[in-house]
Design a protein around this ligand. Structure first.
Ligand code: SF4
Length: 365
């Protein structure tokens, strides 16, 4: 069975691998059955995923297998920014998933700690008192460090799901942010652990890539599995949430979680070197406060880079287009006409922002 780790100070042990439910679970019930069988008992979804078919699919499974609900640490999320809409979303999630409680409820895609308001705190307390949720927190894939550090001081956040991978985990800012959360008793789940590119030759080969692939294959795992292991090497990360829409990926990830071979110091250094050599110009680190601050909300650069990552690295055109279509029409209209010179000068990753914003407006529209 996949091992477990404590989730912050909640007193709950969660599987170190979490089933990322961004797929049509309604027509893929076997993946849930096998996940449970192999000990992947932390299930992650969101009210918005696949037009609701993710949550509905989980509900279908619980209806058929009511005994499964108690084994699962169930997480869902709401993208609402006010308590009334949160309540509507929560009630809909409960109804869809045929359950009367959610283990951990997230505000979805927080990019500034200002969004985590006292009203949200009051809402979370009320939902807990009503028995509808056990724990509360947020997910973040923009300005992660700037969200994690202050969250550690709030004193009422139980869990956070954050972008965290072999490209980001070694920076001083990220180290300080996760350590602050752990000290505060916040359970941490890592996502986007494969650290895909926003464009460019995905998986481009250089000498380090070839050495990396060879070195890991000799140890019996793939580059993708090594990236998971790199994150698990940090014991303060409770779980990795990975999108696992089919048995092949689930089996590969479970095998990595069960494998007792640890990455050596040399393996970790090689991963770090690979990250250094391949990040510049291709990998968006989500530091939206750096590039977006002068565009007054007209250019959601970090979000668009993420959509391009779904498009190019994940090959998930539908998700990229759906998310892009949800941007305000004005934003989509003006986005390709803005001058991104200042943003490009500031970007620590050297991303060709102007070129990519124009490309996004063409291929995702
Ligand atoms: S485009 Fe550059 S500055 Fe903007 S979020 Fe990505 S890495 Fe950070």
């Amino acid at each position: 069975m996949v091992p477990t780790r404590p989730f912050g100070k909640t007193g709950v042990e969660v599987s170190i691998l979490s089933l990322g439910g961004i797929f049509d679970i309604q027509s893929n019930q076997l993946t849930l059955r096998k996940a449970l069988e192999w000990g992947v008992t932390y299930w992650d979804t969101a009210t918005s995923y696949v037009g609701g078919r993710s949550e509905i699919g989980i509900g279908k499974y619980f209806s058929k297998h009511p005994e499964a609900r108690k084994k699962v640490f169930l997480v869902t999320k709401s993208g609402a920014s006010n308590p009334n809409r949160m309540t509507k979303h929560l009630d809909r999630s409960l109804e869809r998933m045929k359950t009367d409680y959610i283990d951990l409820y997230f505000m979805h895609a927080v990019s500034s700690i200002g969004e985590v308001t006292p009203e949200m705190k009051a809402w979370a307390e009320k939902a807990k008192a009503a028995g509808k949720i056990r724990f509360f927190g947020f997910s973040t894939h923009s300005n992660m460090e700037e969200c994690l550090l202050p969250a550690a001081k709030l004193g009422w956040i139980d869990g956070i799901m954050t972008t965290y991978n072999y490209r980001l985990m070694h920076t001083d800012r990220m180290r300080a942010a996760v350590e602050a959360c752990v000290k505060a008793g916040i359970g941490l789940t890592a996502m986007k652990t494969q650290a895909g590119f926003s464009w460019g030759p995905v998986g481009r080969e250089n000498k380090t890539t070839l050495r990396l692939t060879k070195q890991f294959l000799e140890k019996g795992f793939t580059k993708q599995q090594a990236k998971l292991k790199g994150v698990w090497e940090n014991p303060i990360i409770a779980s990795i949430c990975s999108e696992m829409p089919n048995l092949k990926i689930l089996m590969s990830n479970v095998a990595a979680a069960l494998d007792k071979v640890k990455l050596s110091g040399d393996d970790m250094k090689l991963l770090e070197r690979y990250a250094r050599e391949t990040s510049t110009g291709y990998y968006c680190a989500g530091c939206a406060h750096i590039c977006e601050s002068t565009y007054a909300g007209k250019a959601p650069i970090s979000d668009v880079m993420r959509y391009l990552m779904y498009y190019h690295s994940y090959g998930d055109c539908e998700r990229a287009k759906t998310l892009f279509a949800a941007l305000p029409m004005d934003t989509r209209k003006h986005m390709p006409t803005l001058d991104y010179f200042r943003a490009e000068r500031r970007c620590p990753q050297g991303i060709p922002i102007g070129k990519l914003m124009k490309e996004a407006a063409e291929i995702l529209a």
